[in-house]
Design a protein around this ligand. Sequence first.
Ligand code: NAD
Length: 486
Amino acid sequence: MYINGYWVLSSDGQTRTVLNPATSEVIAIVTEGSAVEAKQAIRAARHAFDRGGWPETPARERANLLGKLADRLEERAEEFARLETLNNGKPLREAQYDIQDAVNQLRYYAGLATKPHGQTYEVPDSIQAMVVREPVGVVGQIIPWNYPLVMATQKIAPAMAAGCTVIIKPAEQTPLTLIRLFEIIDEIGFPPGVLNLVLGAGDPVGSELAANPLVDKVAFTGGTETGIKIMKSAAETIKKVGLELGGKSPNIVFADADFETAVDYALFGIFANQGQVCSAGSRLLLEASLYDRFVPELVRRAGQIRIGPGLDADTEMGPLISERQMNRVLDYIEIGRKEGAALLCGGERLTAGGLGRGYFVAPTIFTDTRPDMRIVQEEIFGPVLVIQTFRTEEEALELANGTKYGLAGAVFTQNVAKAHRVIRKLRAGITWINTYHPTFNEAPWGGYKQSGNGRELGTFGLEEYLEVKQINISLDVKPSGWFSNG
Ligand code: NAD
């Protein structure tokens, strides 16, 4: 752990083993933090914010530090990508993409740090009204395991640009790339206490970040159930809360879509990163007249996805993150069978050719579903696609919006007006027309409904780390004359 500019081990000597999910081999043993270290880190961040001078550091200097971090990370991109794959399991080319994305995020917010922040207003009574933005303060950041480094830089970069101080906690399963990023942070010399790394379990370490009164904001990416707990404990101190949660996102394909493109993105939408993507297109909504042509092709291609360890050059889909996650996904597949959905392909753990040492699940597709089935309503977070069919635009939208989630969604059609009509009625924060998944650091990321609160990335993401203050300046300095006793 990295607290107040020093590397520290947990005070009680506890450790945790970190596994390679492709082989279940131990690849690292890390110190296991507790509420004690979380509290130390929070005090360090509080001190750095209140008395260390960080919020007053010129924006240019903060931008320079972020720029250096981006450069050093980019120099070591391949090493980071391999470590991410080793720890998370994702195919190497996905990890390479992630690391470049992390570099881009750091650069984007380095640029934004020095851009105009204020406003002035024309108001009466010889007053000049102005608005300035100030850092929110001490921020606790809690990260999931599916994009270990990108989810961290997505939170660190805007917080640094804004002038906040940070305590960040990676997921228990995937701490390695973030630990290494802190080695670079240490080399570059961010002031002590500005960036702190704590390791350990969601409860007690993450929960301390959410509950502690010295923390001004908690930013969380993870499951909706955990998000609810965090929001409840943050409520006690009226903390600002940013939540990026789960999804069950609809991918709507009309019969007039470009066939090749729609099949390709239906696969990419769900099977990229083994389906462990909050914005995955986990529900395929197909216009009924297209079904007989589309589904056999989809199933054929799903069966051709090359599955193996992420470090193998030709791997297209890797293992799930852990035995627990694999069993959760297999349980959902069993639930789908019992609910009466028809399994078109997959539905099992893969063990042949040495895969049995890791946590591999075959690309799985269910059809003959009903909207009330659990496999249609609940986030599985694995390589499991459910197909729903519709006959009209209205029915497509009713199905699309028919879950508690509202993170993402796509529509495939060559009819421009229909595409716009449908996408505007989709209750989701991240949407696509005739593509799936591409998003960029310039644009806001976040969900409607129970998929979250607030936005990350882009200028919206910076706003979440800033308070807004109005300053009213008298241009005619004299008593108000309100009371007659002057
Ligand atoms: P998770 O909620 O189990 O854990 C996420 C993080 O929260 C981990 O660091 C964990 O230690 C911590 N945590 C667990 N319990 C906690 C508690 N009581 N208090 C504070 N922190 C606690 O989620 P996960 O299994 O790591 O990740 C998968 C989930 O994340 C999926 O639901 C996925 O949709 C979601 N996700 C969302 C986005 C998004 O941007 N919306 C991105 C990635 C993942």
